[in-house]
Design a protein around this ligand. Structure first.
Ligand SMILES: *Cc1c(COP(=O)(O)O)cnc(C)c1O
Length: 234
C-alpha cells in the first residue's frame, strides 16, 4: 500500500504545528510536493489525497509528467519549476509551468517573459538567493539581489512573487533557522523598497519546521512525501 496519503497527512500536521509556533494560520503555508524522479502514478496518488501543487527539477521529465498526468484526467494542477535553468531551455518552462523558483539572472527572466505564451497568466517568479556563500554556486548574491529584483519586477509577462533559497544542509535547528532568517531579512528589505512580494519559498523535508517558524509561505517537500529518490532509475 502506498504511504503517500499518510505522509501528506503527517506533513500537514507538521505545518499546522510550525505555523502556530510562528503565530500564523496553517493556510499561510503552501505545500509544494516535489515529485522529481517519481512517475505520474505517484503524482496521481497525491492528487487523489488532495494535493494540487507539484514541483519538478528536470525539464524533460517534468514536461512529460505534466502531459501524462493531464492525459490521466487529473483536475487542474499547479506546476512549479524548481531546478537549474539553462538559457537555451527557457521556452518549455515558459510554456508548461505556472511558477519558476530558480531565477538568478536577468537574461533568464527576460527570456521567460518573452516566451510566455499570450493567453496564459503571467509566470509566477521567485528569485533564488545564495545565502550560504561559498558553499553554494546557485543563486544571486545578497549584494546583487535588489538590482535584479527591480529589473525582473518590471518585465511584462512575469509576476515577481518572492525569494527562494536552498541553504547548506545542517542538522542543528538553530543554524537552520539562522539561514532562513537571513532570507526573510532580504525579503523584508525588498518589500521596504516597494516591491509587492508575498512569497518565501524555503524549507524541504529535513528543515521544514525551521523554515515555517521563520516565515516560509511555500515549503518544497519531496522525500518525506514520496520516499527516498533513486536517481539511477529515473
Ligand atoms: C529535491 C528538491 C526539494 C525536495 O527535497 P526533499 O529533501 O526530498 O524534501 C526541494 N527543493 C528543491 C529545489 C529540490 O531540488
Amino acid at each position: 500500500m502506498s504511504l503517500i496519503p499518510q505522509n501528506l497527512q503527517a506533513i500537514a500536521t507538521t505545518i499546522v504545528a510550525a505555523a502556530q509556533e510562528s503565530g500564523r494560520p496553517a493556510e499561510s503555508v503552501q505545500l509544494l510536493a516535489v515529485s522529481k524522479t517519481f512517475g505520474a502514478d505517484a503524482v496521481l496518488e497525491a492528487v487523489a489525497a488532495g494535493q494540487r501543487a507539484f514541483g519538478e527539477n528536470y525539464l524533460q521529465e517534468g514536461v512529460d509528467k505534466i502531459k501524462a498526468v493531464q492525459d490521466a484526467g487529473a483536475p487542474k494542477l499547479e506546476w512549479h519549476f524548481i531546478g537549474p535553468i539553462q538559457s537555451n531551455k527557457t521556452r518549455p518552462i515558459a510554456e508548461h509551468f505556472d511558477w519558476v523558483h530558480t531565477v538568478e539572472r536577468e537574461k533568464i527572466a527576460q527570456r521567460l517573459s518573452e516566451q510566455r505564451p499570450a493567453g496564459l497568466a503571467p509566470l509566477q517568479i521567485c528569485l533564488q538567493v545564495n545565502i550560504s556563500g561559498e558553499a553554494s554556486k546557485s543563486g544571486v548574491t545578497p549584494q546583487e539581489l535588489s538590482a535584479l529584483a527591480h529589473k525582473v519586477a518590471a518585465l511584462p509577462n512575469l509576476t515577481l512573487r518572492g525569494l527562494m533559497a536552498i541553504p547548506e544542509p545542517v542538522e542543528d535547528y538553530a543554524q537552520q533557522r539562522a539561514a532562513f532568517a537571513a532570507l526573510r531579512a532580504l525579503y523584508q528589505q525588498l518589500r521596504a523598497e516597494g516591491l509587492a512580494l508575498d512569497t518565501l519559498s524555503m524549507g524541504m523535508s529535513a528543515d521544514l519546521r525551521a523554515a515555517i517558524v521563520e516565515g516560509a509561505t511555500i515549503v518544497r517537500v519531496g522525500s518525506a512525501i514520496f520516499g527516498s529518490r533513486n536517481y539511477h532509475k529515473a
